[in-house]
Structure formats: C-alpha cells, structure tokens
Design a protein around this ligand. Structure first.
Ligand code: E4P
Length: 214
C-alpha cells in the first residue's frame, strides 16, 4: 500500500511528508505549471523535502525526447519515477527506459488494453484516472477494478496507482479494489485524518483534565 501526495506545493509537501505515512510526491505538467517556477529548481527542491519517490512527467511528444528528458530528471532526483503519456511514443520510451533500469509510470490510462500494453513495455506503474472517468459519466472504479483483476490474472508485476482521486471515501474504495498505490491532494489526505467525533472527544478529555486540576 503506497500513498503519494499529488502536488508541487512545497509547504504542503513539507507538512505531508512530516506525517511519515507517504511514499513520495507525484506531479504532472499542470501541477508544476501552477507553481510558476523553474521546473528543474522546483523538482530538485521537492526531492530535498522528500525521502521517497518524486514523480515527474515528460513534456516531449516523441520517444527520443521523452528518453532524453527521463535521463535529465534522473540527474535532478535519483529517486525519480518518470511519467510517460499513454500512446505509441510513450510505450516506445517505456520499453527503452525499462531496459536502462529507469522506473517509469504510464499515465493517462483509460482502458484495460492500454494498461496491459504499458505493462508489457515494462513500466513499474500505470495511472488510471478515477475522477476524470467519473466526470464523463462512466465508472472509474469499474475501469480500475478491471485493470487490477487483469494484472493479477496474468501475473503481471506492474503496479496500479489510482490517480484523480478526489475524496477520502474514494481512497478506501480504491484500496478495497486492490490497487497498489493511491495519489491524491493534500486536502484529501488531511480530510481522511479528521472526524468530528474525534475532535469532540479530544475536547472533552482536555476539558475534564483541566477541570480536575491534576
Ligand atoms: C496523477 O498524477 C494525475 O495527474 C492526477 O491525479 C490528476 O488528478 P485530477 O484529475 O484531479 O487533475
């Protein structure tokens, strides 16, 4: 069970990593763009704050450029997972990078067929997008459950990371489907830690303690 925070916001990363329960940080080009800072400088800084993996996505659209970018990311952060977009060029790049021993993730996976091809190319992880499938009135859970079952049936070592996860209940739904990893925002992890009864209970304990004057 691997948990990641899906952000490039350093304040959120620092706080979330201090919880000691996350395996690292996932990013994508939209998430990085939001920070309005140099890509390399930002990734190096995230890597300094993160004892675990730092996931970084290529911008290139052909396999040669993707492979070059992957090698460059590896220099920025040695614990990098290189995210490649699903498609022929991404598959080509994944086949080459897996032979070089660079850990990869196939992102933007929307079918079991895509996931199987990515696994065959040697990626370590595939990212199906739960929320974005639900947004277009289909079932992200059905897709992700199908990938998990197919990988298990075929004995594939590729891990499934649920992406585009937008609430604490969805995290649990994904874990119950058997995904190996989940990435989601700071606010979802923080919400998962909270319960109003916990707050009420703690307030009561502290009040009783104070009133007893011990
Ligand atoms: C994973 O890294 C994905 O890029 C991310 O989870 C997408 O989430 P969103 O659909 O909420 O943008």
């Amino acid at each position: 069970m691997e948990f990641y925070i899906d952000t490039a916001d350093l304040a959120q990363i620092k706080e979330a990593m201090s919880w000691g329960i996350l395996e690292g940080v996932t990013t994508n080009p939209s998430i990085v763009a939001r920070e309005k800072r140099g890509f390399e400088e930002l990734i190096r800084e995230i890597a300094r704050e993160t004892p675990g993996k730092v996931w970084c996505e290529v911008i290139g659209t052909d396999a040669d450029t993707m492979v070059e970018e992957a090698r460059m990311f590896r220099n920025w952060a040695d614990r990098v997972v290189v995210k490649l977009p699903m498609g022929a060029e991404g598959v080509k790049a994944a086949s080459r990078l897996s032979k070089e021993g660079i850990e990869t993730n196939m992102t933007l996976v929307y079918s079991v067929g895509q996931a199987v091809l990515a696994a065959k190319a040697g990626v370590r992880y595939v990212s199906p997008y739960l929320g974005r499938v639900d947004d277009v009135a289909w079932s992200g859970a059905t897709l992700i459950g199908g990938i998990v079952e197919t990988f298990a049936r075929l004995g594939l070592p590729t891990k499934v990371i649920a992406a585009s996860v937008r609430g604490p209940q969805q995290v649990l739904d994904m874990l119950n489907l058997g995904v190996h990893a989940v990435t989601t925002s700071y606010s979802v992890w923080a919400a998962m830690m909270k319960h109003p009864m916990t707050d009420i209970g703690l307030e009561g304990f502290l009040r009783d303690w104070k009133e007893a004057g011990l």
